[in-house]
Design a protein around this ligand. Structure first.
Ligand SMILES: Nc1ncnc2c1ncn2[C@@H]1O[C@H](COP(=O)(O)OP(=O)(O)OP(=O)(O)O)[C@@H](O)[C@H]1O
Length: 234
């Protein structure tokens, strides 16, 4: 049984259906990527897992629990963390306050997790008192990830973490995601940077017009002539 199992998902916004009959699975410890053209519905699939869209059909189970229909505040308690592409930090709060907000559902801030996050992202430690909105784009992305890691999720949903980063920071971001995965957190990543995402993941889904088009190991998708031509720029 997969950790996350999305089966025949139909979802959208209000009456507008975007995602149709999408199947997707993430096993415990796995690193899975969703790629596809602009507007394919990649973010919508991810938002649906986190309870942020209108659920229209199919099932979403996490650790054997049906979570479709749950609200985001209930979903975080099941062990899923979500880092949206935008609006993922509180810009007027300090770095420390942002991290503490990540643990708001707990009675107290877990010091060991805070230490682990500062260890993983030393720049956040150095800037712990600084206003989050003054951090660079890459640092804000690290803070958003750190905040989601405060609840030590079993599965981390990452929506385009490389978006807006200077090219020399993109590799670093991918390396950090590898490290989080190697430390035991399952990853579901949506990425525009499809080649790099497929290189890093164990399994990839190519989504087109709200539907699954291809599913295979990342390397197999990278080697597939049709996928290369249609989705990876040759
Ligand atoms: N809140 C919303 N309300 C209505 N329609 C939306 C909303 N968010 C996204 N959409 C529409 O859903 C479709 C899929 O968008 P989505 O962001 O899921 O695609 P994507 O594959 O992640 O694209 P991109 O790579 O450009 O981010 C688009 O047509 C978009 O306009």
């Amino acid at each position: 049984m997969a950790l996350l199992d999305v089966d025949g998902l139909d979802a959208g916004y209000g009456d507008l259906q975007i995602v149709e009959n999408v199947d997707l699975a993430v096993d415990a410890g796995e690193y899975v990527t969703i790629v596809g053209p602009n507007g394919a519905g990649k973010s919508t699939v991810m938002k649906s897992i986190f309870g942020l869209t209108t659920h229209m059909g199919g099932s979403i189970t996490f650790s054997d629990e049906e979570i479709s229909g749950y609200r985001p505040e209930d979903i975080i308690t099941t062990g899923i963390g979500y880092v949206p592409q935008n609006g993922n930090i509180f810009p007027s709060m300090s770095v420390m306050e942002n991290l503490e907000m990540g643990a708001y559902i707990l009675d107290e801030v877990p010091q060991d997790r805070l230490d682990r996050i500062f260890n993983r992202f030393p720049i956040l430690d150095e800037r712990r008192g600084q206003t989050a909105g003054d951090l660079s784009g890459g640092q804000q992305q690290m803070l958003a990830m750190g905040r989601a890691l405060m609840l030590d999720p079993d599965l981390l949903l990452l929506d385009e973490p490389s978006a807006g980063l200077a090219p020399d920071l993109v590799d670093d971001m991918f390396d950090r995601i590898d490290q989080i995965n190697e430390a035991g957190t399952s990853i579901l990543l949506v990425e525009q940077n499809a080649k790099e995402a497929l290189r890093r993941c164990s399994r990839g889904y190519v989504l087109v017009q709200g539907q699954n088009r291809y599913v295979d190991e990342g390397d197999a998708l990278l080697a597939d002539e049709q996928v290369r031509q249609d989705f990876l720029g040759g």
